[in-house]
Ligand binder design. Structure first.
Ligand SMILES: NC(=O)c1ccc[n+]([C@@H]2O[C@H](COP(=O)([O-])OP(=O)(O)OC[C@H]3O[C@@H](n4cnc5c(N)ncnc54)[C@H](OP(=O)(O)O)[C@@H]3O)[C@@H](O)[C@H]2O)c1
Length: 145
């Protein structure tokens, strides 16, 4: 595998894989000592939760792509979800901030990289450390999506 050779030669610090199934991620952890996996995951698409949990339990990072549901028309959007909007209004944050904060609360190995074309959204997304979600908020989000 070329990327493990680059790592072994000291040219890159670590190797990750993207869009792997649970079995593939498990194999990559065992055979290639990967440091992260990157798959689609968000409040409105939690199908990859078992891979997130596998990464957590294996001590590697999980990088959710489409953390807000993506920019693609037709895919569900975190910011349009009624439960997300309700919690956002209550806690005084934007729906995007609530969706991103939930991801960080889901597991402590989550690394975020939401996409945006707007500086104002970038600044807002970088302030999610200021957003606090209670256990009740999280339960409401998970029940409502
Ligand atoms: N590994 C892979 O196979 C893979 C696949 C897909 C994507 N990715 C990567 O994953 C990252 C995220 O994916 P993505 O950008 O497609 O999806 P995303 O982060 O889930 O969603 C981006 C969308 O959210 C909107 N948005 C961002 N911040 C917002 C805010 N504060 N308020 C309201 N709307 C907000 C953006 O609109 P505005 O532009 O108007 O802010 C854009 O429409 C990217 O870096 C992408 O390259 C990787």
């Amino acid at each position: 595998m070329t990327s493990t050779r680059l790592r072994d030669e000291g040219k890159i610090a670590g190797v990750g894989i993207s869009t792997g199934t649970r079995a593939q991620v498990k194999q990559a952890i065992a055979q290639a000592d990967i440091v992260c996996a990157q798959n689609a995951f968000s409040l409105v698409d939690q199908r990859d939760g078992d891979v997130l949990d596998l990464c957590h339990d294996s001590g590697i990072a999980y990088v959710p792509y489409f953390p807000l549901g993506s920019a693609f028309p037709g895919l569900p959007k975190v910011t349009e979800n009624a439960a997300v909007r309700g919690v956002a209004e209550r806690v005084g944050a934007s729906p995007a901030q609530v969706g991103l904060r939930w991801l960080l609360a889901r597991r402590d190995n989550v690394l975020l990289f939401p996409g945006t074309s707007r500086l104002a959204h970038l600044e807002q997304n970088m302030k999610i450390a200021d957003v606090t979600l209670s256990d009740d908020d999280i339960a409401e989000l998970e029940k409502g999506v």
